[in-house]
Ligand binder design. Structure first.
Ligand code: HXC
Length: 510
């Protein structure tokens, strides 16, 4: 009997050794942890249960029959994050560069199916060279099996991808379908085709970093939802994010005990909005001052900074926050901001997370660049996302709510449940100057008359009371009492029921 137990231990040790000491040392020398070390940091201590540790590839080509490593380049299983069930797979770069064989794909599909069946998030840790070149089409088929599960799981369980090393070819499409992608600065890069292929096909010299580093994806392309300094920081932040999310689409958004007074007044908010309407202020200050314990998990913080998206808690209840940022491009809605926020709103709605929207928006970005880039369709994404959302929606207009952007930003008419405004709100078709120059075009040559017209327009619309008198705003509230009013609003919406007409699925302008 003893020798059977020892055989199990021997085999386990072999699997845990991955690609061997030399490759593990090389992994560490690059500032990267191993697949198992990462799982240990991600999950609660001692909670990891591994599956398929003894799975090997079945390839016989290119001498592969002589190179088999138990586990075959990916560690899969489940564990807990702060006590809540989570499935995980972690690519082992020390085994064939983490590349994907059919057997490796089957391991991932198994945990994807389990996550869906048992209603728990799935987190993928990526550090891999794409398709196992020696396996050819079997590898491609394996990827397709994973992509299919990603699509089926979308909106059913949260899916999170963390890019912690190279991520090429097939390994970028699976993350692209998931809800959030995070990267580790300086060690992670992701691209469909690497620098060598780029050179061959279009004769362009480009480094890994320039092609797919975090500066590309977290700052410019928006592919990544955030970048962290190292493996430890990335995994710690993913644990923090999971705490804000429900386990699945039938699970209510988490509520946890709050130690922050729900009636807390914040008098500094009474002077947050400057007297000069063209002067910016930091919308994040409002967010941090009203949410529980100033705890805000921002999504895509370095991309389309003119809109802020992220998770927080109000009296313990998880909420998704969308807010215009007057500090960047005056908080205007452009293509990038619309896409970023639309995706976030859809995530919250899919997972029953109430939406809290803070509005200070001068409108949509004008200009040829935006129009040629398809602003109409991209802007419509955000409108569509807010309109179709059936979760509780609380909106607060702090200052400008001009034009179409007023409608888009979770207005009453697209089923905002409770829409508030501060006394500093200005709700109008456009800013006073532009408005009078159109409707009183004949006065353009007469600056005194035009100024009088502008003052008249301002007096009429540069306040929330016209909108409130027409019922488009439910109440005008004191800035210092914002936290209390929002918490009460959310409490009143706890049992909200609303559903959309039956359809196979909608046709959001993609
Ligand atoms: C098999 C691979 C591999 C792969 C790396 N390795 N990629 N083995 N298939 N795709 C192995 C290497 O042979 C090496 O083995 C070990 O992993 C580490 O690789 P290195 O090249 O030494 O590491 P590094 O210098 O850090 O470079 C990492 C890398 C590079 C940038 C990822 O390996 C690379 O460019 N790989 C190929 C990437 C790629 O083009 N993949 C196919 C994409 S096409 P030893 O034994 O020496 O440790 C694709 C199609 C799917 O994925 C489409 C689905 C829709």
């Amino acid at each position: 009997m003893q020798h059977i137990l020892e055989e199990l231990e021997r085999r386990r040790a072999l699997a845990r050794a991955g690609g061997g000491e030399r490759r593990i040392a090389s992994q560490h020398a690059k500032g990267k942890l191993t697949a198992r070390e990462r799982i240990d940091l991600l999950l609660d201590e001692g909670s990891f249960e591994e599956f398929d540790m003894f799975v090997e590839h079945r390839s016989h080509d290119f001498g592969m029959e002589a190179q088999r490593v138990p586990g075959d380049g990916v560690v899969t299983g489940w564990g807990t994050i702060n006590g809540r069930l989570t499935y995980v797979f972690s690519k082992d770069f020390t085994v064939f560069g983490g590349s994907l064989s059919k057997a490796h794909a089957e391991k991932i599909v198994k945990v994807q199916e389990m996550a869906m069946r048992n209603g728990a998030p799935i987190i993928g840790l990526f550090d891999a060279g794409g398709a196992r070149i020696q396996e050819g089409v079997d590898s491609l088929a394996g990827y397709a099996d994973i992509f299919l599960q990603n699509v089926l799981a979308s909106g059913v369980v949260p899916q999170i991808s963390v890019i912690m090393g190279p991520c090429a070819g097939g390994d970028v499409y699976s993350p692209a379908i998931t809800d959030f992608i995070f990267m580790v600065k300086d060690t992670a890069y992701m691209y469909v085709t690497g620098p060598d292929v780029v050179k061959t096909v279009i004769n362009e010299d480009v480094s890994h970093e320039e092609l797919g580093g975090y500066r590309v994806h977290a700052l410019k392309s928006g592919v990544s939802d955030g970048a962290f300094d190292n493996d430890l920081e990335a995994l710690t932040q993913v644990r923090r994010l999971i705490d804000f999310l429900p386990l699945n689409n039938r699970d209510p958004a988490p509520v946890r005990e709050s130690f922050d007074d729900p009636d807390r007044n914040e008098h500094s908010l009474d002077t947050l909005v400057p007297a000069n309407p063209n002067k910016p202020y930091d919308m994040k200050e409002l967010i941090l001052k009203v949410v529980d314990e100033a705890d805000f998990f921002e999504i895509s913080a370095d991309y389309a900074k003119n809109i802020i998206c992220g998770f927080a808690r109000m009296d313990g209840q998880s909420v998704g926050i969308v807010a215009n940022q007057p500090q960047v491009l005056a908080g205007v809605l452009d293509i990038d901001a619309s896409r970023k926020a639309a995706r976030f709103v859809r995530f919250c709605d899919a997972f029953g997370i109430p939406l809290l929207t803070f509005v200070d928006v001068p409108g949509f970005m004008p200009g040829t660049k935006q129009e040629q880039g398809g602003l109409i369709k991209h802007g419509a994404k955000l409108l569509f996302a807010f309109a179709e959302a059936t979760v509780p929606k609380v909106t607060l207009i702090t200052r400008k709510a001009y034009g179409g952007a007023f409608d888009v930003m979770s207005s009453k008419n697209i089923r905002g449940d409770l829409n508030y405004a501060w006394p500093t709100a200005e709700i109008a078709v456009m800013g006073p100057k532009q408005a009078v120059e159109i409707i009183f075009r004949a006065d353009i040559g007469d600056p005194t008359r035009l100024a009088a017209r502008e003052a008249e327009y301002k007096a009429h619309f540069a306040n929330p009371f016209v909108a409130a008198s027409h019922g488009y705003i439910d109440d005008v509230i004191m800035p210092h009492g914002t936290r209390r009013r929002i918490i009460r609003a959310l409490a009143s919406l706890k049992s909200k029921t609303l559903s959309n007409p039956w359809k196979k699925h909608d046709n959001i302008p993609l």
